[in-house]
Design a protein around this ligand. Structure first.
Ligand SMILES: NC(=O)c1ccc[n+]([C@@H]2O[C@H](COP(=O)([O-])OP(=O)(O)OC[C@H]3O[C@@H](n4cnc5c(N)ncnc54)[C@H](OP(=O)(O)O)[C@@H]3O)[C@@H](O)[C@H]2O)c1
Length: 326
């Protein structure tokens, strides 16, 4: 199977590219910067230079592939418009290219996000029958991206995955938490009791692979998680290096976090950078539940998550608490 993978230079995309190669797939990685994609080339991927905001760069990218895994997205942006240009219009451009020039395409997988559906009103996964209530600009743009994919479901076989937080020892977010923990503190937004779903990147790429391989009705949306509900506190605390006894949990009240978000946004605007922390992100902790489950994915594809927050992941930290970047 030959697969066009967008977002291949990103955190999840890198893992997926290697997983697909291990499964014997040919991978064409779409990359804005071919230099950044050099390690993928060494792993046997074909590199195609392109940008999902530029439709003309996608025509040759879709030719001759059997499937598309669309992961390219902005997780942080300077404005709503910037989110929409990549996460919504970018998805539309790729669907259009697939419909016009992708004569062999039998699967189109879109990696969306739990943010597109919104928070759950109770401690259970959000009921699918509830209309989506996307969270802030990122969630709105991911939901808008989903709509282009669903619109094409009669012409292309499409599947949508909605993961929650995706983590692994080497992800940038986890490295940040682990670094702060090694300095003796971890910041926890609000009271830390917000209930969340999470998934290890290994299981996330396995779920994507299930959507490539298995049969299910075109246009199905699949939430996915590790099978447990966690609290924000529990998640952050899992990254305290073993042996580090005294770690202060620095609880940041939401109004203070909101102010910090405002300051970060102003500084980013003045320096024309993308803010690393925002008011929206601070306000997420006001919601009690971000829970998704994976029942439909198991029922239709047989998927079962393999990695729990406290098992294999922590074993790896135990053996190598410092070198998290490997
Ligand atoms: N990480 C999570 O916790 C999480 C949770 C739920 C859903 N997701 C979804 O999972 C997917 C992958 O996330 P990630 O964490 O791997 O993100 P990431 O590390 O930020 O990677 C994003 C990727 O998208 C590419 N990209 C951005 N704009 C592009 C454009 N205009 N044209 C072509 N490529 C572009 C980036 O390329 P460059 O290298 O050139 O910047 C990069 O390869 C995204 O769709 C995200 O919404 C992520």
């Amino acid at each position: 199977m030959k697969i066009l993978l967008t977002g291949a230079t990103g955190f999840v995309g890198r893992h997926l590219a290697l997983f697909l190669r291990e499964k014997g797939c040919e991978v064409r990685a779409l990359a804005r910067d071919p230099k950044k994609a050099e390690p993928l080339k060494s792993a046997g991927c074909e590199i195609h230079t392109g940008d999902i905001r530029k439709p003309e760069t996608l025509i040759d990218a879709v030719k001759g592939v059997d499937a598309i895994c669309h992961l390219a997205a902005l997780i942080r942006a300077r404005s709503y418009r910037e989110f929409m240009e990549t996460n919504s219009i970018g998805a539309k451009n790729l669907v259009d290219a697939a419909l016009s020039h992708g004569t062999h395409i039998r699967r189109f997988i879109y990696v969306s996000s739990i943010s597109a559906q919104g928070a759950s009103p109770s401690g259970a996964p959000r009921d699918e029958k509830l209309p989506p209530a996307p969270l802030y600009d990122y969630g709105k743009s991911k939901l808008a991206g989903e709509k282009w994919i669903i619109d094409a479901k009669e012409k292309l076989h499409v599947g949508i995955l909605r993961p929650p937080i995706i983590y692994s020892p080497e992800s940038a977010e986890v490295r940040k938490i682990a670094k702060m923990a090694s300095l003796g503190f971890i910041p926890i937004l609000g009271d830390g009791k917000t209930r969340i779903s999470i998934i290890h990147v290994h299981d996330c790429v396995r779920a994507i692979y299930c959507l490539l391989e298995k049969d299910y009705p075109s246009g199905t949306i699949f939430p996915v998680d590790d099978g447990s509900v966690h609290t924000l506190d529990e998640f952050m605390s899992a990254f305290v290096p073993p042996g580090k006894k005294r770690v202060l949990k620095l609880r940041i009240p939401i109004p203070i976090a909101w102010l910090l978000g405002l300051v970060a946004e102003v500084i980013a605007r003045l320096s024309n950078q993308t803010p690393q922390f925002t008011r929206s992100r601070a306000l997420l902790a006001r919601k009690a539940n971000f829970i998704c489950g994976h029942a439909k994915l198991t029922e239709l594809t047989g998927f079962k998550p393999e990695i729990k927050l406290r098992d294999r992941y922590l074993n790896r930290l135990n053996t190598d608490p410092v070198n998290l970047s490997q």
